[in-house]
Design a protein around this ligand. Structure first.
Ligand code: ATP
Length: 195
């Protein structure tokens, strides 16, 4: 199966763009959502997380996200440990999912596709961008949070410039009608690549 990664900074609109591809019957794997599900349900992941982060990692059998986020937010070594437990399982789960899809290609939506080195597992990558101020406004509105909180999250991600140098396609998502046009073009270009 041909795998197209779709990434972009927080608030760039990668989920919005991925949904537009779904309209072309392209299956989309939302890595963050699937990772959360696996962290809650996969006993292999659960046991490993408890071994590293302690029993407080789960409350009433549900992932204690606040506790875990507090530990890893300012500790790169702990974040790397968390990722080394979760990412390989998500990759396995994704490959199983991809192999059961019937489509010309599949999309894998991952906010940290480059940061987590997951781009190496993709055949092509689409980067979704928008101006920084637009992204900040969108996230503040969507998550009802402060500019400082958005900036803190942004600072953990690579810049658009760095990602654009590596991506195969870039979709600039500011005006939705223009985005729809770019999605159509990109969809056609990927199909051409497959021929
Ligand atoms: P995150 O990484 O934070 O999950 P994301 O890159 O997946 O973000 P979306 O969730 O798709 O981004 O979009 C962020 C917000 O901006 C959403 O509320 C969405 O409805 C809105 N949005 C996305 N694209 C546009 C657009 N072209 N015009 C107006 N609003 C948009």
């Amino acid at each position: 199966m041909y795998i197209v990664g779709i990434t972009g900074g927080i608030g760039s609109g990668k989920t919005t763009v991925a949904k537009l591809f779904e309209a072309y019957n392209i299956p989309v794997y939302y890595a963050d959502i699937e990772a959360k599900k696996l962290m809650n349900n996969d006993s292999n992941i659960k046991n490993k997380l408890i071994a590293v982060f302690g029993n407080t990692t789960y409350l009433d059998n549900q992932l204690n996200r606040v506790y875990l986020a507090k530990i890893v937010f300012n500790d790169k070594a702990k974040l790397a440990q968390l990722n080394s437990i979760v990412h390989p399982e998500v990759r396995k789960h994704f490959l199983l999912w991809a192999s059961s899809q019937n489509a010309p290609f599949v999309l894998k939506e991952n906010a940290i596709l480059y940061e987590s080195e997951d781009a190496a597992n993709c055949d092509s990558v689409i980067l979704v961008t928008a101006p920084k101020q637009v992204k900040i406004k969108r996230v503040m509105l969507r998550d009802n949070c402060s500019k400082t909180e958005v900036l803190a999250r942004m600072n953990n991600q690579w810049t658009d410039d760095k990602k654009a140098q590596l991506a195969d396609f870039t979709i600039i998502n500011t005006e939705l009608t223009e985005t729809i046009r770019q999605v159509e073009k990109t969809y056609q270009k990927i199909k051409l690549k497959l021929k």
